[in-house]
Design a protein. Structure first.
Lengths: 244, 424
């Protein structure tokens, strides 16, 4: 049934050199496996290595030691261009502050990852317009980000994260800048994506948000402190968080 | 949407800023084109004047030798006779001994008044031969020029310049009118227009022969008999007489290579027969060369000024682009996260800079092509917009974009994506 984890992290370390002699170990040998279709939340207090973990998972950073296989590719020591390529093909990012590009329209923002994959705007038009409709912004495709509410902007970001059909969607505090109602809507949308088979890795410090995940990885001092299994893959979510 | 479109779009977000940034390039390009157009126009004028003298010609003129000039000035109350200048013998010697000579044209130039009934005007009487129009740039407007037969029979005929004719005969057809010069009557047989138009005086090598307005051309033989070779001037109780056989000799060479060699040969020849240097030799070809050298210098100076203004414009662009990179650090981080390679970021920012500079260049070309026309309209200066100056200015503006865009673009690309994403 399962052909092994799509993300396999073994003994990953990340060491920062501050100044001449001071070294900070942000990650001290973390092992994580994430399977296709899983919904994983990463939690931890600040300084726990949560952000470093996110950067490494997102291929924005390279570990100083250890191995990271993403979809069968060893990405741990890839060059800068290769990592850019991996990010563009394999990972969908959702940020706390949406991070849409101000001078582009909704549609164009969704198109950006495909643009860097070498697709022309005409080629990607249909798919991106479809994704815009999927997140409920079909009538706002030509709007600018500053003409949208926070919730709408985050929906655009979600559509953008889906456009390259990624192995994993990496969400960094996706509800952090939203009020609770729109936050719930966004979380529901992410749930729907997970239900349709997308692998979700979500970084949060909000227990309420983490409740929706299959597994919660608690980090502490650069190590995995404990892993809480909320439910098995495919099992229905706890009713408490469900709006509908 | 292409990278160029994206760049234009981004720049349009800050219209004022982009516009001001482009100003530097606009002025730079505009000044390159306008300055070169003015320089080109000025040198073109000079060259045209020199060409009018004939680039195959050598001009030998009689000049009053300095010592005698001083003597005659000091000779108050006495009558003095001086004799100087070129002779008919010189004309013959030049023709027979200098290699490559095609024709030699002697001219007598006498200042006199010309009268037609009540109208009296000062003019230059030029005694010359029938082939004068072939050697000196001159257009026949109506009638005919002096013919060889006029020369043989010493006819009392004359040819006027149009400007003189217009003033002398405001209400008559000048042809076949009889005018009076120094007690003799001459029939007008033709009108000529010198190629140099009135008011457009040559700045160098100006002598009596070249003030174009009021000339009366008569056959040389007629001039010889009617005016003689001695010109007597009375001022107060001083009587000065000047004896000059030939005021000017125009030597036409067969081809340009002969011109350069003939110059020293004529000098040597004349030096042998003249005790002092009572003549001067002008070689229009050399003047032309000098004018060209001057033009090159002029272009270099103007070009440097324009280049400096373009440089300043480029620095302005670089400054704004660096500010842009800082301001858009977050965007750069997002793009990097979404799969943009360093190169993509470099190209994006480079394209924006090039759009700025080339856009500025385009506007500058338009303004720069219009400016010389305004200059011409306002100052009467001749201007010529050359294609190469437009291409040069536009090319430089593009190059400025690349050169000054590379650093900010690289700065943008080398940002750490994590840091950039976290940037507020």
């Amino acid at each position: 049934m399962d052909s092994g984890p799509i993300i396999k992290i073994e003994g990953i370390e990340r060491k920062y050199v501050m100044g001449d002699d001071i070294e900070v170990m942000a990650l001290r040998g973390v092992n994580v496996d994430i399977h296709q279709g899983e919904y994983v939340a990463i939690m931890g207090p600040s300084g726990s290595g949560k952000s470093t973990m996110l950067n490494l998972l997102g291929c924005l950073d390279r570990p100083t030691a250890g191995a990271y296989w993403l979809g069968g590719e060893d990405v741990a020591q890839m060059g800068d261009d290769a990592l850019s390529d991996v990010r563009g093909r394999r990972i969908g990012f959702i940020f706390q502050s949406y991070n849409l590009i101000a001078q582009l329209t909704v549609l164009e923002n969704i198109q950006v990852p495909l643009f860097y994959q070498g697709q022309s705007m005409q080629e990607s038009y249909e798919r991106c317009a479809e994704l815009g409709r999927l997140v409920g912004l079909g009538d706002r495709l030509t709007h600018r980000p500053n003409q949208l509410s926070g919730g709408q902007q985050q929906r655009v970001a979600i559509a953008r994260s889906l456009v390259n059909d990624p192995l994993m969607i990496l969400a960094d505090e996706p509800t952090g800048n939203l009020d609770s109602k729109t936050g719930l809507e966004v979380l529901d949308l992410i749930d729907d994506l997970n239900d349709s088979g997308k692998t979700i890795v979500l970084v949060t410090h909000d227990n309420y948000v983490a409740e929706r995940a299959h597994r919660v990885i608690q980090m502490k001092d650069g190590l995995v402190d404990r892993v809480e299994v909320k439910r098995a893959s495919g099992e229905a979510r706890k009713k408490v968080n469900k709006r509908r | 949407m292409s990278t160029v479109q994206l760049g234009i779009k981004t720049l349009l977000l800050h219209k004022l800023r982009s516009g001001l940034t482009m100003m530097g390039i606009i002025f730079g390009v505009c000044s390159v084109i306008a300055m070169l157009a003015i320089g080109e126009g000025a040198s073109f004028e000079a060259q045209e004047r020199i060409k009018a003298l004939g680039s195959n010609n050598i001009i030998v003129r009689s000049v009053k030798p300095p010592e005698q000039a001083r003597e005659s000035n000091n000779s108050n109350g006495r009558s003095r006779g001086i004799q100087y200048g070129l002779s008919y013998d010189d004309t013959a010697r030049i023709y027979s001994t200098i290699p490559g000579v095609q024709r030699v044209l002697p001219m007598r130039i006498i200042r006199e008044n010309v009268r037609f009934y009540e109208m009296e005007l000062p003019c230059q009487v030029i005694g010359t031969l029938s082939f004068y129009p072939d050697i000196v740039s001159i257009d026949l407007v109506s009638g005919r020029f002096i013919s060889p037969m006029d020369e043989v029979y010493k006819q009392n005929i004359c040819v006027l310049t149009t400007s003189l004719a217009q003033r002398l005969f405001p209400y008559h057809d000048p042809l076949k009118q009889i005018i009076k010069i120094a007690g003799n009557y001459y029939k007008v047989v033709g009108l000529v227009r010198e190629i140099n138009t009135p008011g457009d005086r040559p700045q160098s090598g100006e002598t009596e022969g070249e003030t174009m307005e009021n000339n009366v051309y008569i056959p040389l033989a007629t001039a010889k008999t009617r005016f003689g070779e001695t010109i007597i001037k009375r001022t107060g109780n001083t009587v000065n007489s000047e004896t000059v056989q030939v005021h000017e000799i125009r030597v036409q060479m067969q081809d340009q290579p002969y011109v350069e060699s003939a110059d020293p040969q004529i000098r040597t020849l004349l030096a042998r027969f003249h005790k002092e240097e009572d003549y001067e030799i002008t070689v229009p070809l050399q003047l032309l060369r000098q004018a060209e050298a001057t033009k090159r210098m002029f272009n270099i100076v103007l070009g440097s000024i324009a280049a400096i203004s373009l440089l300043v414009g480029g620095i302005g662009i670089m400054n704004i682009m660096l500010a842009n990179v800082t301001e858009r650090t977050r965007e750069i981080g997002v793009r990097r996260a979404l799969g943009a390679k360093k190169n993509d970021i470099t190209i994006q920012f480079l394209v924006e800079t090039i759009v700025l500079s080339v856009g500025g260049g385009l506007v500058g070309v338009i303004v720069g092509v219009i400016t010389p026309y305004i200059v011409t309209a306002v100052t009467d200066m001749n201007t010529i917009v050359t294609l190469w100056s437009v291409i040069l200015a536009f090319g430089i503006s593009g190059a400025v974009g690349v050169v000054f865009g590379l650093y900010p673009a690289n700065a943008a690309a080398s940002l750490d994506p994590i840091e950039a994403l976290r940037h507020e």
